[in-house]
Design a protein around this ligand. Structure first.
Ligand code: PMP
Length: 359
């Protein structure tokens, strides 16, 4: 029997999407593919809320983050990484690997970015860009990116957002909020198998790309954009065609359901999980006002073992959740509720958690 993945990704894939993903892949230099890719590109612009092109890369989300660093910056560029956990630190590591003058501002695992501290840093720092995670999957915290972008704008600092675990699940308005780069991937809120990352850049970011001196070949965003802009859009190399087919279908479904309805459903799911967890006498990792509606991080009391809760839920109930990463390993468990999650899946998960605690 199929395991229910209540994880931060890969997430559950709807039957209709699985069918498409499992079909014979189209050839990527055919009319059929061009039509499908056009449809996907149109859907992505709607989901990113941008008038700019969205670039499809064959890679996981990390590849999309790397592509943005490699294409927008030059050696020694000064950037601030506002980190609240594992994926903020990953962004910092990538920036360092590419020779940027990156500074890590750690707001603490389980906290959100403090706007006042951030404003002080940006006022005095002379940074070219701010790198920030929208939804920190490792701690179940959502940053207020709208407010963060507003602060950065006051100091002319470009805003780069890792929306790998948030886009298509909670509100993110790229153009409206003045964000310069947004990165996401196929296997989380977009209800598809892994294999693709998606990157959108603002006009200012495309200008930054003109002067970037860092090495890039496979992840050349300018070259990829030329492909997207063709009347018959394509990619510079063979893409993950099956995943493109899947995401085209999944984004059709998502837009048919309506983004606002998705946001509403996610808010309901988030609240329901948090209420239930508290009713079991368990504590959330973050404060409630910054808690993510896409993934819930729960503190594991001394008398329990995270791995035993996870194993019990998996073996006895067929529900897969995850543990903590980095310093939170063994200290928390995380229930993912992003992407394709039905009421039944959620109910089953919460009952499994209750049973695991009791056992
Ligand atoms: N950023 C965030 C916020 C994530 O949740 C993840 C995946 N958990 C990544 C980046 C990395 O994505 P991937 O594993 O697809 O490379």
């Amino acid at each position: 029997k199929e395991m229910i993945l209540m994880t931060p990704g890969p997430t559950m894939v709807p039957e209709e999407v699985k069918k498409v993903a499992g079909a014979q892949p189209l050839h990527h230099r055919t009319e059929e593919f061009y039509e499908l890719f056009s449809n996907l590109n149109k859907n992505l612009k709607e989901i990113f809320k941008t008038k700019n092109e969205v670039i499809t890369l064959t890679s996981s989300g990390t590849g999309g983050m790397e592509a943005v660093i490699a294409n927008l910056f030059s050696t020694g560029d000064k950037v601030l990484v506002a980190s609240i956990g594992y994926f903020g630190e990953r962004f910092y590591d990538i920036a360092k690997a590419y020779g940027l003058d990156a500074e890590l501002q750690d707001f603490g695992w389980g906290n959100a970015v403090d706007p006042n501290v951030l404003e002080d840093k940006l006022r005095n720092g002379n940074y070219k860009a701010l790198l920030v995670t929208h939804n920190e999957t490792s701690t179940g915290v959502t940053n207020n990116v709208k407010e963060i972008a507003k602060i950065a704008d006051r100091y002319g600092v470009a805003v780069i957002v890792d929306a790998v675990s948030s886009l298509g699940g909670i509100p993110l308005e790229m153009d409206e909020w003045g964000i310069d780069a947004v990165i996401t991937c196929s296997q989380k809120c977009l209800m598809s198998p892994p294999g693709l990352s998606f990157v959108a850049l603002s006009e200012r970011a495309w200008k930054m790309a003109e002067t970037s001196n860092l090495p890039k070949y496979y992840f050349n965003l300018k070259k990829a954009r030329e492909g997207v802009l063709k009347p018959n859009p394509d990619t510079p190399a063979t893409p993950a065609v099956s995943t493109i087919m899947a995401v085209a279908k999944a984004t059709n479904m998502l837009l048919e359901f309506g983004l606002d309805n998705v946001y509403k459903r996610q808010a309901t799911y988030g609240k329901r999980v948090r209420e239930y967890v508290k009713s079991l006498g368990l504590e959330l990792l973050p404060e409630e006002d910054i808690a993510s509606d896409l993934i819930t991080a729960i503190k594991v009391p001394e008398k329990y073992k995270a791995s035993e809760i996870i194993n019990h839920m998996k073996e006895k109930h067929g529900v897969l959740i995850t543990g903590g990463q980095g310093p939170l390993k063994g200290k928390i468990i995380r229930i993912g509720h992003m992407g394709y999650v039905t009421e039944e899946m959620l109910t089953k998960t919460l009952e499994a958690l209750k049973d695991a605690i009791k056992e």
